[in-house]
Design a protein around this ligand. Structure first.
Ligand SMILES: [Zn+2]
Length: 337
């Protein structure tokens, strides 16, 4: 996986921040310990002096074995006394070591010249954050989704009321987020007119999964397809540019909001097909939301794309009356009466 220089630089800065944080926290722990036990301060100084004495003994040469043995015993006794002080205060054994974010690489990002797994996941996370930066990800959760706006009466020949239908959609989405597995969760199609909660529920799923540590990319179809178009046709664009496509194919869950509102060209159709197809081949779940009906989608895209969209996604139908309009009406009501 290749990332842009900007992503690498951000990751390096984050690693440096983590190291500094671990070292500063250690310095603060030392101060606390020394304030409680000046003897601990003295012992640490003595241990440091033992190190110097060892170097000196080596340089002096004479009686070296005996001297080193004496220093080793002294050092062990000091370590033991220090450990006793730490235990006495109920501090852990590693109280006087830096508590790194990643003990494997000590927050340096590599182990024996190879990139550490923590650096790999950091690079991936930074790239997701960049792609997600335009989405109002922190704004929606399941608790703020209200069923009050959906009618409880049957209308338009439906088998269940909008309220009942949306209650089951909400329940499905909650369970989906709760039991999500990147390798086995199904792909979904959220379909329905604007203002029925498709964006709200897909953001709620994204939010919950991000908090659980999954790699989620949430993008609107127009935004991502114009980004891919720009990257593809911009001659100045650097060759690491297929990073966006790789991220879209690679993340644990891709949420593609507002399909059908983008500018359609031969390139965007091919790009869309490529994204959905790569994920389907890897059995990675995707959630697509659209205001369009299947026949509208068929008119907009060619048959290959439609069979990919419909064939592999479980359809969830969003029904009711545009919530934004209802909210507006409810707000205006007191003024009218
Ligand atoms: Zn590491």
């Amino acid at each position: 996986m290749s990332y842009s220089a900007e992503v690498y630089n951000t990751a390096e800065r984050e690693m440096e921040r983590r190291r500094t944080e671990a070292e500063q926290a250690l310095a603060r722990r030392r101060e606390i310990l020394y304030a409680r036990s000046p003897r601990a301060d003295e012992i640490e100084r003595q241990i440091a002096r033992t190190g110097v004495a060892v170097a000196k003994a080596v340089l002096d040469g004479a009686d070296i074995r005996q001297k080193l043995e004496g220093l080793r015993k002294q050092n062990l006794a000091l370590q033991k006394e220090l450990a006793g002080i730490l235990t006495g205060f109920g501090f852990p054994d590693n109280y006087l070591e830096p508590w790194y974010h990643c003990p494997l690489c000590k927050d340096r990002g590599d182990v024996d010249g190879k990139m550490c797994t923590c650096m790999k996941s950091l690079l991936r996370q930074i790239s997701y954050d960049q792609l997600n930066s335009c989405s109002p990800l922190s704004l929606s959760d399941f608790d703020s989704f209200s069923l009050d706006y959906y009618e409880k009466t049957l209308s338009g020949g439906g088998r269940s009321s909008p309220y009942t239908q949306m209650m089951s959609v909400l329940g499905f989405c909650k369970k989906y987020a709760r039991t999500f597995q990147p390798s086995s969760s199904r792909s979904l199609l959220f379909q329905g007119a604007p203002g029925l909660g498709k964006t709200h529920l897909s953001l709620a799923i994204a939010n919950e999964l991000i908090q659980k540590g999954f790699g989620v990319i949430y993008v609107s179809a127009p935004t991502i397809l114009s980004k891919l178009t720009r990257e593809n046709f911009d001659l100045d664009y650097k060759p690491d540019s297929n990073a966006t496509e790789q991220l879209l194919a690679d993340c644990d869950l891709l949420i593609l909001d507002d399909l059908g509102t983008e500018f359609v060209s031969r390139f965007t159709i091919a790009a869309l097909y490529h994204i959905l197809n790569s994920r389907a081949i890897l059995s990675k779940p995707t959630i697509v939301s659209t205001n369009l009906s299947i026949s509208d989608l068929q008119e907009m895209y060619n048959g290959r794309i439609i069979s990919r969209i419909i064939g592999n996604l479980d359809r969830l139908e969003f029904v009711g009356t545009d919530i934004r309009q209802l909210k507006r009406k409810r707000r205006q009501k007191p003024a009218e009466t």
